[in-house]
Design a protein around this ligand. Sequence first.
Ligand code: ZN
Length: 252
Amino acid sequence: MSSSEKALVLKVGGFREADCWVKLLTPTRGVFNAFAFGGSRSRRRFVGCLDPLSHVLFTIGTNKTGTYTVLEEGSLLHNFPAIRESSAKTGLAVNCMKFVDAVEIDPSDARPVYTLLLETLYMLEKDGGSSAFTPWFFRAKLAFEMGYHPDFLSCGMCGRSLVAEEGCQFGVEGGQVACRTCLSSGKPLEGLARPVSTGVLRALDWIQHSRPADWLTVSMDSEVRRQASQLIELFVAYHLGLSWDNGMYKKV
Ligand SMILES: [Zn+2]
């Protein structure tokens, strides 16, 4: 039986003479592969659909024995022409799409990740996006959307508000902040922990509650940015098992 679903195309490859395989992200299935038989020849069934970065309404079925997924036809919803025209925007979009691909999104996490990627692409299409912020904000948001949701504004041990409290530490593994009082009373955070200033905690909290459209107007002190992005990379590497290395995401 076939069903229709909106999808973002992450990767496309050819095999045999006229057939394609397509890697997709949809809100109910997560990241998966499907075949588009005759896809590179039958442009009528897939006009503009079989390119990375296309947002498409696909009719999705299976082969006769149900062993693999087949794209039957597609209608293009958006192909993000402004992103395709700009190498800077393309680079940021590809970075985000590679990350989604590398994380191996399950169906249970698919909807918020799909929404996040789609909103990010619309933000890039409309106004550009900053290379200083977009990649690591995206990684942070994706981790938060997948349920790793630290509270950056209160102590994870005593619950005290940390709005004006220096001397805190962030525990990467537990995803919690500990206040100076708790730390000095000899209750260290388990595992990897890093000192964190209130400016950095506020920045992390802002990212957690932001949407991609908000990222265009952000400004951040360079030291806050450096520390916040380092903590995010440690957090993402620990919880999602990935780090960015030489233009690729590597399992860590
Ligand atoms: Zn405390």
